[in-house]
Design a protein around this ligand. Structure first.
Ligand code: ADP
Ligand code: MG
Length: 739
C-alpha cells in the first residue's frame, strides 16, 4: 500500500504536547474588558456631555446625532491608536450564519503627499459594504439598492489584533433586515414594551424589561492533523462515515472528568482572550461524549449575549488551531454518540430584578411570577411549530429526535412546585385565592422552591424548554447556530402573549370594576386571575413533565395538537403560517416580505448543505473507499490463487474459506456503494432541475438525504473487515481519543 496519511497523522498527534499559555500578570477582574470600549473607557475617552449622552443611548435607546457620533468616534480612535490599532471594520451577522467583516485602514491622503489617520462619526455609524453576494432571498438583487451596515451602540466596539470591530445591523436601503441582529433588536423592543406594560399592574415604577440570555456552548475538539486527513470533516463539518469505536461514551467516564492537559491549555487561552473581550466566561467542563466539551459565560442582555456567542465561536476556532486542534461546532460530527447543542437560558428582568424568580416576597410578586410563567407558556404553546423552525437547520436536524437531545417536539417542563401552583390557581375556590386570615385581599401562596432546584436537581434533561428555577432553558438550539434565531422567535412569541394578556385583562377590568366598588378588593387582581385561569387551561398541551424521548410522547403530542413534523424544509414553512406572519408584522419584528425572503435563504442553505454532503460522500466512496477495498480484495485473491497452486483445489478452498467469504462480501458491498452513489447522482440531477427553492429543499430531504445512511452502512462494514494498515481515513477511535 502507498504511504498512509492516517498513520502519519496519528503518529504526529501522539507526540503533541500542551502549548504553554502565558498567564497574564493581572487577575481576571483586572483584564476583563481590556479590549472593549466599554463604559469605563467611554468615561475616560469621551467629553463629559458626550459620555452622558452615550449612556442615554445605551440604556434608553436615545438617538445619536452626527456631531455626537463624531465626538464618540474621536474618543474611540484615540483609545484604538493607543492599543496599536490601524484598521476598523463593521461586523455583522449575515444569514449565512457566522459573521462578516471587511477591514479598512484609518489612512487617508493628507493632500500634501503624505498620509494621515482619520476616523469620523460617519464611518462609525454607517457603511455600504459591497455585500451583493450575501444571501438576501431576493430582497436585494444586485440591480436594486445596496445594503448598508449601521452601528448598534448597545453592543460596545472591541479590538481584535490590529482592528477595531464595530457591531452593526445589516439592512437593505428599503429597510428590510438582511441579518440576524436587526430583527433581534426589534423583538427585544417588542418584549420590553409588552412586558413593561404588564409589570405596571404590579409596580408602576418599572421602566423597562430586559431579555436575558445565558448560553452554554458545546463543542468537540479534534486533532488538526487527523482532521486534515478527513475530507468529510473538512468540507461538511461532520463525519459522513466511520464505524463506532469499541469504546465511546458508554462508561460515562468523560462527563465532568478531569480535563486533558492539551485541552486545558486551549481552554485557558480561550478564556483569557474571551475575558479581555468582555465575554464573562465562567464555566468549563468535559461533556458526555469523548473529546466533547462545554463553555458557558454568565448571562447578559440578549443582544450582547448573542454578539458574544458569535465572537466566542470564532475565537474558539482560532485558538483551537493555535493548539493544534480543530473546534467542531457541527451539531452531530459523529454518529452514534452525543451531538452538541447550545442551551439558551432565557429570562426577563426589570430594572429591579428577575421576573421569573419564585417565590416572591409578596402575594403580588407571586401573582406576577405566575403571569410571566403562564404567558411564556402561552407564547411557546401557540407558536411551538415556529419555535421548532427557529432552531432547525440541516445540521441540527441530526440531533433532534435522536435519543440524546431534545425531541423534535417542543414542550415545556415546569417541575412539581410550579405545576402545583398553576393547578392551584386554576382550580382553587375564588374566595380562597382572595382571603388572608379571614380578611379580604390577595393570597397567593407559592410552595417554596428550594434553592436546589435552581441549582441542579429535579431537572428533566429530555425537555426542550425546561423551567429551572429562575429561567427557562431552551435546549433545542444547535451548537453552530446563531442564538438570535431562537431568541427572535421566543421573545416575539412572549411579547405577543403578554400583549394579548394585557388587552384581555383591561377589558375584564372594565367589566368587573363596578362590582368591586367600595370593597377592599382590587379589581385588577381579580381580572388578572380570571384571564390567567383561562390561559392556564389553554396552554396545558405544552406542559409535559414526562420522558420526551419515548414513543408514547410522540403519539400523545400529536393528540394534543403539537407540531410533530420532522422534515426540516417542511418545518421552515411555519415561518409563513398566517399566525406567524401576523405576529411578526403586528409587533414590528419582520414583515411578510422579510419572512418570505428569509425562508428562501433557509431552503437554499438547506439544499446546499445536503448537496455538498452528497458530493463529498460520492467522492469519498469512489476515490477513497472503493479503491482501498478493491486493493485489499486483490490481495486476498492472490492469496487464494497461491493456495490453489500449492494445495489441491478443494483443500486450498477449504483453507481459504474465510478469505473467499471476504472477497465476496467486499464485492457485494462495493457494488452496493457504486449503485447507490449512481442513484444519488441521478436524484441530485432531478432535484437540481426544480426552480422553486422550497420544493427543491423538500426533494433534497426526501430523495437525497436518505442515501447517506444506507451508503455509510456499507462503508462502515468495510472498515471493519479491511486491513487496518490500508484504511485511509482516521477512525472514530483516533478522532475521539487522541488529545
Ligand atoms: P447547567 O449546565 O447546570 O444548566 P450552567 O452553569 O452551565 O448550568 O449554565 C447556566 C447558564 O444560565 C449560565 O450562563 C448562567 O449565567 C445562566 N443563567 C442563570 N440565571 C439566569 C437567568 N435568570 N436568566 C438567564 N440566564 C441565567
Ligand atoms: Mg443548562
Amino acid at each position: 500500500m502507498t504511504s498512509n496519511l492516517r498513520f502519519q497523522m496519528v503518529g504526529e498527534a501522539f507526540k503533541k504536547k500542551p502549548i504553554d499559555v502565558e498567564a497574564p500578570a493581572e487577575r481576571p477582574c483586572e483584564y476583563f474588558g481590556k479590549k472593549v470600549f466599554n463604559r469605563e473607557k467611554m468615561y475616560k475617552y469621551l467629553p463629559k456631555d458626550v459620555y452622558e449622552k452615550m449612556m442615554d443611548v445605551m440604556d434608553n435607546g436615545a438617538g445619536l446625532d452626527r456631531s455626537m457620533a463624531d465626538a464618540v468616534a474621536a474618543g474611540m480612535m484615540q483609545w484604538a491608536k493607543e492599543n496599536g490599532v490601524t484598521h476598523y471594520t463593521h461586523w455583522f451577522q449575515p444569514l449565512t450564519e457566522g459573521t462578516a467583516e471587511k477591514h479598512d485602514s484609518f489612512i487617508e491622503h493628507d493632500g500634501k503627499g503624505g498620509m494621515i489617520e482619520e476616523f469620523s462619526g460617519k464611518l462609525l455609524v454607517q457603511q455600504e459594504p459591497d455585500a451583493s453576494s450575501f444571501p438576501s432571498g431576493g430582497i436585494r438583487s444586485t440591480f436594486e439598492a445596496r445594503g448598508y451596515s449601521a452601528w448598534d451602540p448597545t453592543s460596545p466596539v472591541f479590538i481584535i489584533d490590529d482592528t477595531l470591530i464595530i457591531p452593526t445591523v445589516f439592512i437593505s436601503y428599503s429597510g428590510e433586515a438582511l441579518d440576524y441582529k436587526a430583527p433581534l433588536l426589534r423583538a427585544l423592543k417588542a418584549v420590553n414594551t409588552a412586558a413593561t406594560e404588564v409589570c405596571h399592574y404590579f409596580d408602576p415604577a418599572v421602566k423597562k424589561v430586559t431579555s436575558n440570555l445565558g448560553w452554554e456552548q458545546e463543542y468537540f475538539l479534534v486533532d488538526e492533523g487527523l482532521y486534515a486527513a478527513r475530507p468529510d470533516l473538512l468540507l461538511t463539518g461532520r463525519t459522513l462515515m466511520g464505524h463506532d469505536s469499541a469504546k465511546n461514551q458508554q462508561m460515562d467516564d468523560h462527563y465532568f472528568g478531569s480535563i486533558p492537559e492539551r485541552v486545558a491549555a486551549f481552554m485557558r487561552d480561550l478564556e483569557i482572550q474571551s475575558l479581555e473581550l468582555g465575554i464573562p466566561v465562567k464555566t468549563r467542563h468535559n461533556e458526555v461524549a469523548p473529546n466533547q466539551f462545554e463553555a458557558a459565560p454568565i448571562f447578559e442582555d440578549t443582544n450582547l449575549a448573542v454578539d458574544h456567542n458569535m465572537l466566542f465561536m470564532s475565537l474558539m476556532k482560532r485558538v483551537a488551531r493555535k493548539h493544534g486542534f480543530r473546534a467542531l461546532l457541527h451539531e452531530k460530527p459523529f454518529a452514534g454518540i452525543n451531538g452538541s447543542g447550545k442551551h439558551n437560558n432565557w429570562s426577563l428582568s426589570t430594572d429591579t430584578g428577575v421576573l421569573l424568580h419564585a417565590p416572591g416576597k409578596t402575594p403580588e410578586q407571586n401573582l406576577r411570577f405566575a403571569v410571566f410563567i403562564v404567558e411564556t407558556l402561552m407564547g411557546v404553546w401557540k407558536h411551538n411549530g415556529l419555535l421548532k423552525a427557529s432552531i432547525l437547520s440541516a445540521t441540527n436536524a441530526h440531533r433532534l429526535g435522536a435519543n440524546e437531545a431534545p425531541p423534535a417536539i417542543i414542550s415545556s417542563f415546569l417541575g412539581k412546585q410550579v405545576s402545583e401552583l398553576l393547578d392551584h390557581i386554576e382550580k382553587a375556590d375564588r374566595d380562597d385565592l382572595f382571603r388572608i386570615d379571614g380578611k379580604q385581599g390577595l393570597k397567593m401562596d407559592i410552595p417554596e422552591i428550594p434553592e436546589l432546584l435552581i441549582d441542579n436537581t429535579d431537572r428533566n434533561r429530555t425537555s426542550p424548554f425546561a423551567f429551572t428555577g429562575n429561567r427557562f432553558e431552551f435546549r433545542a438550539v444547535g451548537s453552530e447556530a446563531n442564538c438570535a434565531s431562537a431568541m427572535i422567535a421566543l421573545n416575539t412569541a412572549v411579547a405577543e402573549a403578554l400583549t394579548n394578556f394585557k388587552k384581555r385583562v383591561d377589558e375584564r377590568i372594565a367589566v368587573i370594576s363596578k362590582r368591586f366598588e367600595n370593597t377592599e378588593h382590587n379589581p385588577v387582581f381579580h381580572a388578572i386571575i380570571d384571564v390567567l385561569r383561562e390561559d392556564i387551561k389553554a396552554c396545558k398541551p405544552i406542559r409535559f413533565d414526562g420522558n420526551g424521548y419515548s414513543d408514547e410522547w410522540k403519539d400523545e403530542a400529536q393528540r394534543r395538537g403539537l407540531d410533530v413534523e420532522t422534515s426540516c424544509p417542511v418545518i421552515f414553512e411555519r415561518y409563513l403560517d398566517e399566525d406567524s406572519v401576523l405576529m411578526f408584522s403586528l409587533l414590528g419584528v419582520m414583515s411578510r416580505k422579510e419572512l418570505e425572503a428569509r425562508n428562501e435563504v433557509k431552503w437554499e442553505t438547506y439544499t446546499k448543505k445536503i448537496q455538498i454532503e452528497a458530493r463529498v460522500l460520492g467522492d469519498l466512496s469512489m476515490n477513497h473507499i472503493i479503491p482501498v477495498a478493491t486493493a485489499y480484495q486483490s490481495q486476498l485473491l492472490r492469496n487464494v490463487e497461491r493456495m490453489r497452486s500449492i494445495f489441491p483445489v478443494e483443500k486450498a478452498d477449504e483453507l481459504s474459506a474465510r478469505n473467499l467469504k471476504l472477497i465476496e462480501e467486499i464485492a457485494m458491498r462495493t457494488a452496493s456503494i457504486e449503485t447507490q452513489v449512481d442513484e444519488l447522482v441521478k436524484a441530485r440531477k432531478v432535484a437540481n432541475k426544480i426552480e422553486d427553492e422550497h420544493r427543491k429543499a423538500i426533494a433534497y430531504h426526501d430523495t437525497i438525504a436518505p442515501y447517506f445512511e444506507t451508503i455509510r452502512r456499507q462503508i462502515d462494514k468495510l472498515e471493519l473487515i479491511i486491513d487496518d494498515t490500508c484504511w485511509p481515513l482516521p477512525k472514530y477511535r483516533e478522532l475521539l481519543f487522541m488529545r
